[in-house]
Design a protein around this ligand. Structure first.
Ligand code: ZN
Length: 147
């Protein structure tokens, strides 16, 4: 049992330490004062990826996508909706593989969309192909270490 969790802010990537029992209390970031959970995926970049994937205590579900990919665009609303259900036990993030190809290469992403579930820097599961919101939620919950 962990008593407190390190939660990277979705806006400024500052690490917030909050008691595990208060995870559901809609806390705000200590630095930028914005909400730590808004039911939306974080835009992952080369600047914040490591913080969310490695340093935070929440499992991170990453949608590897690209703007030219039709199935990725189709899945985007479903992925956003899934964030509303899966937060605050999971963090969801979107990684544009065209803008941040080195991160996609690091995870050997060969087709998109691909979902990768990461916990403390370690890949737990991955799934390629577009999914609906309910399937994303089911798949993530089935593989998540924090149930
Ligand atoms: Zn912040």
């Amino acid at each position: 049992m962990t008593d407190s969790l390190l939660i990277p802010c979705p806006h400024c990537a500052a690490l917030n330490r909050i008691p595990a029992t208060r995870l559901h209390d809609h806390g705000n970031c200590g630095r930028c004062k914005k909400a730590l959970f808004e039911g939306l995926p974080v835009e992952l970049t080369a600047a914040n990826f490591e913080t969310h994937a490695l340093r935070g205590d929440l499992p991170l579900l990453v949608d590897f996508w690209a703007p030219w990919c039709g199935p990725c665009r189709t899945m985007a609303p479903a992925f956003s909706a899934a964030a509303g259900t899966l937060e605050p036990l999971l963090r969801l993030g979107k990684l544009n593989t065209e803008a941040f190809g080195e991160i996609a290469a690091q995870f050997a992403i060969r087709s998109i969309p691909t979902l990768v579930l990461i916990h403390r820097g370690r890949e737990i599961a991955r799934q390629s192909g577009a999914m609906g919101s309910a399937d994303i939620v089911r798949w993530a919950q089935a593989h998540s270490p924090s149930k």
